[in-house]
Design a protein around this ligand. Structure first.
Ligand code: P6P
Length: 338
C-alpha cells in the first residue's frame, strides 16, 4: 500500500514530471529543469521558515544577528533565492516577483523560453506567529521568436503552462498542476525530497466552509453580502456553513482544495479591485482550482480569462467548489440585470 510504495517506489516530483514529459516527445526537458530549480528554492525557504522562530531567538532573520549585522527579512531572502535559482536554471527569460516593483529580464546568455511569476513568501506577515505561509508560482511560455518584452507576462491565466504553491506548515506541501490535473507532494526531510502523497486531487463539488475576512463586511457589495448571509442563514433548510479564515492565502486555498468550500477576497469600497494580485496569487490558485474540478470567478468573469495590463494588478476573487462558486456567480449575474 501507499507506505510501502513510498519506501520502495519513490515517486518524487522530478520523477513525476519526467513521466509527464514523456507525453511530450518534442520536449527537451527544459520544463523539468526549470521545475527542479523552483523545487530547490522551496526546499531552501522551508528550512529558513522552520528556523525563523529560532532565528528570531538568536537574532538572525530580520533582526541584527550576533555580529550586529542587519539580517534580511525572510521574504526578501526568499525572493533573492528564487531569482538566483530561476536565472541559474538557464530556462527563464522574464521573472515577475511580488517583492520587485519591476520585472527581471534575464541576460541573453542565461535566457530560456519560460516566464515565471511568483510570490516568494505570501502571507509573510504571519511568520512571527508561526501560521502557515507559502510560495505561489505560475509559468508561461514566451511568445514565439520575439525579444522578451513585458507583454510576454501580461497574458491571461488560461495561457499558463503550469502553476503551483509550496505551503510551509505543519508539513511542507508542494501542490502542482502542469495542465493535466493536480498532484500534491510532501517533503520528506530525511530524504530532502518531495514525495507524491496526494495523487490527482479533486475538490469536492460542494463544500461546508466559507473563507472570507468578515471584518470587511461593511464595505462589501450586495452580491457578496447576500452570499455570506446565505452561508450563515441558509434559506433552503441546509445547515449553515462553517467560517474558516487563516489570513494566509496558501493555507486558506490548500484547505479549500482538500476539504471543499469557497475562498473569497471580494472587491470592497476601500479596495475596488480587491487585494490579491492577478499574476502570482489569483491566476495560479484559479488554475489549480479549475484543474481540480472547481472554478474561479472575479465577480465579472472567469478569473483565468482576465488579461492583466500591469504586473502587480489586483482582482477580486471567488474560488473553490464548483457549486459554491456557481451560487455567487448567479448572485452577481442577477445584480447586473437590475
Ligand atoms: P486580509 C497575506 O497578507 C495576503 O496577501 C494573503 O496571503 C491573504 O489571503 C490576504 O493577504 C489576507 O488579507 O486583508 O484578510 O488580512
Amino acid at each position: 500500500h501507499a507506505a510501502d510504495a513510498h519506501r520502495t517506489d519513490l515517486m518524487t516530483i522530478t520523477r513525476h514530471v519526467l513521466n509527464e514529459q514523456t507525453k511530450h516527445p518534442e520536449s527537451r526537458g527544459d520544463f523539468t529543469i526549470l521545475l527542479s530549480h523552483i523545487v530547490l528554492g522551496c526546499k531552501f525557504v522551508c528550512t529558513a521558515v522552520n528556523k525563523a522562530g529560532l532565528a528570531k531567538l538568536i537574532g538572525l532573520a530580520g533582526e541584527t544577528n550576533v555580529q550586529g549585522e542587519e539580517q534580511k527579512k525572510l521574504d526578501v531572502l526568499s525572493n533573492e533565492v528564487f531569482i538566483k535559482a530561476l536565472v541559474s536554471s538557464g530556462r527563464t527569460c522574464i521573472l515577475v516577483s511580488e517583492e520587485d516593483e519591476e520585472a527581471t529580464f534575464v541576460e541573453p546568455s542565461k535566457r530560456g523560453k519560460y516566464c515565471v511569476v511568483f510570490d516568494p513568501l505570501d502571507g509573510s506577515s504571519n511568520i512571527d506567529c508561526a501560521v502557515s505561509i507559502g510560495t505561489i508560482f505560475g509559468i508561461y511560455l514566451i511568445k514565439e521568436g520575439a525579444e522578451p518584452k513585458l507583454e510576454d507576462v501580461l497574458q491571461p491565466g488560461k495561457n499558463m503552462l503550469a502553476a503551483g504553491y509550496c505551503m510551509y506548515g505543519s508539513s511542507c506541501q508542494f501542490v502542482l498542476s502542469t495542465g493535466t490535473g493536480v498532484n500534491g507532494f510532501t517533503l520528506d526531510p530525511s530524504l530532502g525530497e518531495f514525495i507524491l502523497t496526494h495523487p490527482d486531487i479533486k475538490i469536492p463539488k460542494k463544500g461546508k466552509i466559507y473563507s472570507v475576512n468578515e471584518g470587511n463586511a461593511k464595505n462589501w457589495d450586495n452580491p457578496t453580502a447576500k452570499y455570506v448571509e446565505r452561508c450563515k442563514f441558509p434559506t433552503d433548510g441546509s445547515p449553515a456553513k462553517s467560517l474558516r479564515y487563516i489570513g494566509s492565502m496558501v493555507a486558506d486555498v490548500h484547505r479549500t482544495l482538500l476539504y471543499g468550500g469557497i475562498f473569497l477576497y471580494p472587491a470592497d469600497k476601500k479596495s475596488p479591485s480587491g487585494k490579491l494580485r492577478v499574476l502570482y496569487e489569483v491566476f495560479p490558485m484559479s488554475f489549480l482550482m479549475e484543474q481540480a474540478g472547481g472554478q474561479a470567478f472575479t465577480g465579472k468573469q472567469r478569473a483565468l480569462d482576465l488579461v492583466p495590463t500591469q504586473i502587480h494588478e489586483r482582482s477580486p476573487i471567488f474560488l473553490g467548489s464548483y457549486d459554491d462558486v456557481e451560487e455567487i456567480k448567479a448572485l452577481y449575474a442577477a445584480e447586473v440585470k437590475k
